[in-house]
Write a protein that binds this ligand. Structure first.
Ligand code: ARG
Length: 243
């Protein structure tokens, strides 16, 4: 009898607990080191640590989903994911469709080439093949300032789903340059035979994003980011990933 009561209690307890533990599905695109990348079977990186820390603070679990960058906003809007954490730049155009948190990181674009070939900035004027990640601010910059301005034939802009493939094509000489966020380019210079030949000052700020009207979640994320900044945890993570 006692045994039975205990069992019922345990079942009831775990039911109540599971009902209270919230899991948020976090969408990212994990070829963007050191913000998000795959190590073994794990999604790791600065962004991944950030959202897991906020989860710890507010008692939610995080389930990471790796999807193509240009599918992140559509997935958020259709409710397939709850939060975007993907080194995503806060732009006016995106702000029209999603709600961003306060900024948590700043970046510019850089022009990355193979190392050891004494390539310089003039590469941009030699009708190069330029790689970008589809739908990123790097894509937007090359499209607006080189292609639409008439400096680069449309066919010379090659769009990739992942930076891993773009970097591989650069090293294989299928590309002459990649335009991508500077902190990520910096990181690739440490792991691959590539170098940075120029910075494009775009003054971008990264934010996490939620579907419009998700005010409680947005407030929690904003509060979380602020707390991480105030407690020095943010600086600790910056030290961990950006040496
Ligand atoms: N900051 C750039 C943008 O928002 C690039 C972000 C790419 N992020 C990624 N996880 N692949 O467009």
């Amino acid at each position: 009898m006692v045994k039975k009561t205990v069992l019922v209690c345990i079942i009831l307890f775990s039911f109540v607990f599971s009902a209270f533990s919230v899991t948020y599905v976090v969408g990212t695109e994990a070829s963007f080191p050191p913000f998000e990348y795959v190590e073994g079977e794990e999604f790791v990186g600065f962004d991944m640590d950030l959202i897991r820390e906020i989860g710890k603070m507010y008692g939610f679990d995080v389930e990471i989903r790796d999807i193509s960058f240009d599918s992140l906003i559509p997935s958020l809007i259709t409710g397939n994911i709850n939060i975007i954490v993907a080194g995503m730049t806060i732009t006016e155009e995106r702000e029209r469709v999603v709600d961003f948190t306060i900024p948590y990181f700043s970046a510019d674009q850089s022009i990355m080439v193979r190392s050891g070939e004494s390539t310089n900035l003039t590469v941009l004027f030699m009708k190069p093949k330029i790689g970008v990640q589809t739908g990123t601010t790097g894509d937007l910059w090359v499209t607006e300032n080189l292609v639409e301005a008439g400096f680069l034939p449309k066919a010379n802009l090659i769009r990739y789903d992942t930076f891993n493939f773009a970097v591989r094509d650069l090293i294989n000489k299928n590309l002459d340059a990649i335009v991508l966020d500077n902190p990520v380019a910096e990181r690739f210079t440490k792991t691959d035979p590539v170098e940075i030949v120029g910075i494009i000052k775009t003054n971008e700020n990264y934010g996490m994003a939620v579907a419009p009207g998700n005010e409680d979640l947005l407030n929690m994320l904003n509060e979380g980011i602020t707390k991480l900044q105030e407690t020095g945890k943010m600086d600790e993570l910056i030290g961990k990933y950006f040496k």
